[in-house]
Design a protein around this ligand. Structure first.
Ligand code: NIG
Ligand code: FE
Length: 399
């Protein structure tokens, strides 16, 4: 792997553990293959690092690669027809109750071959990467049987093997109850077969703890099983209504509680004490035309905050983190620095990855060169393509 220099960085923005964003002007970053070796101002660059292949950023801003900590990237088909029905006044819940919603995507995903799923998903992944994502979490959950949940993991592994960015696998078998099965017998399958069979190929287990998903008690049993199989825990918590998901996530020491549209101040306090990261997903609110989750309140509560796309065909067909950052600022009351923090270091904390989200020696060489001199443009000019170069694991991905 080539040792490189990024020179001519007008402003380098790096999130800190204290939930601030540091910046260095006229900066240089030295990459030693896949890791960052040195960061500082041009005038301090050690002589022995100067003679390297160079990317001249010509005054542009550099931020860490985005960490998208919540996606349902692997699916077949789309739900544009349901989207139109919702625009016409039908609800997500009534469409789901009539066999649409998650189950419609389950039918399409079961019918698709592994290669078809890889092709559809890698097109989405390429667009994510083009917009600066260098780490992506991907969930199963459109299989709802052992064969298809396992096929989804095959697809995630195929994507991971072919992409320069880092992929984190999450088993979300407890996403919905499949057609024609009782809740109890499906949960038995999840705990007795799906989790034991797939645990060795995933980092996390997620559950949909929600009035339209599973109860907090049901989710606790699933997560206990996941934990016993060595998986980290994540929770879709209290999205369409309060189901005790946030409280349960905190009590179980989950890595993250996601959505949180109906979380209370007491829920946030429980998450803060537990060190569980709140992952907010403004694309779902935008697409469902619902009030945005309280980003300001979450940030001010002291809970660590991540922003993610929730890329899925039902509630948030979003692929790009810069747009999520813009929503965080324009619709959720975050400052541009807070939103940048949440989309980079916040995502890394949510995935419990200590080696990214910060531009410092020893960290993964995951960087985005913006085609502007300040990250504020991500929300100030929200429809712009602000990405000039993406470096993933030390590799520049654009020409
Ligand atoms: O994160 N809420 C559960 N899961 C997805 C939606 C899945 C779907 O509708 O296909 C979400 O919003
Ligand atoms: Fe989701």
């Amino acid at each position: 792997m080539t040792a490189r220099l990024l020179t001519g960085i007008g402003r380098l923005f790096s999130p800190t553990a204290a939930r601030t964003v540091d910046h260095v002007e006229d900066a240089v970053v030295a990459l030693d293959g896949t890791r960052i070796e040195w960061v500082g101002s041009r005038t301090d660059l050690p002589r022995e690092l100067r003679d390297r292949e160079t990317i001249d950023c010509e005054g542009r801003a550099v931020v860490p690669g985005f960490v998208d900590a919540h996606t349902h990237l692997v699916f077949a088909g789309d739900r544009a027809t349901e989207f139109s029905r919702r625009l016409g006044g039908e609800t997500y819940e009534s469409i789901a109750a009539a066999g649409g919603g998650i189950r419609a995507t389950v039918d399409a995903t079961r019918a698709a071959s592994r290669d078809e799923l890889v092709a559809a998903s890698s097109a989405r992944l390429d667009r994510m990467i083009g917009a600066g994502t260098t780490t992506v979490e991907i969930k199963t959950g459109y299989g709802l049987d052992l064969a298809t949940e396992s096929k989804m993991v095959d697809v995630i592994e195929a994507l991971a093997a072919a992409t320069p960015v880092d992929v984190v696998t999450t088993v979300l078998a407890a996403h919905a109850t499949p057609e024609g099965t009782s809740r109890d017998s499906y949960l038995e399958l999840v705990m007795g077969e799906v989790i034991p069979m797939l645990a060795g190929r995933a980092a996390f287990c997620d559950v949909f703890c929600d009035p339209v998903g599973f109860s907090a008690d049901e989710c606790r049993m699933v997560l206990d099983t996941a934990s016993a199989h060595g998986l980290g825990l994540r929770v879709h918590a209290d999205q369409t209504g309060r189901a005790g998901g946030a409280e349960m996530a905190a009590a179980m020491g989950a890595a993250s509680a996601d959505h949180l549209d109906h979380a209370t101040a007491a829920d946030l306090e429980a998450l803060r004490r537990a060190g569980t990261v709140a992952v907010l997903l403004p694309g779902a609110s935008l697409t469902m035309r619902l009030p945005f989750p309280g980003g300001r309140a979450v940030w001010d509560s002291g809970v660590e905050l991540a922003l993610a796309t929730d890329c899925n065909p039902g509630t948030s067909y979003l692929e790009t983190m810069p747009f999520v950052v813009a929503l965080g600022v324009l619709e959720m009351g975050l400052s541009p620095s807070e939103a940048l923090w949440a989309a980079t270091l916040g995502g890394a904390r949510a995935l419990q990855l200590a080696d990214r989200g910060v531009i410092a020696p020893g960290m993964r060489a995951d960087l985005v060169v913006l085609d502007t001199d300040h990250h504020v443009d991500l929300s100030y000019r929200p429809d712009g393509d602000h990405i000039w170069q993406v470096v993933a694991g030390g590799r520049p991905l654009r020409g």
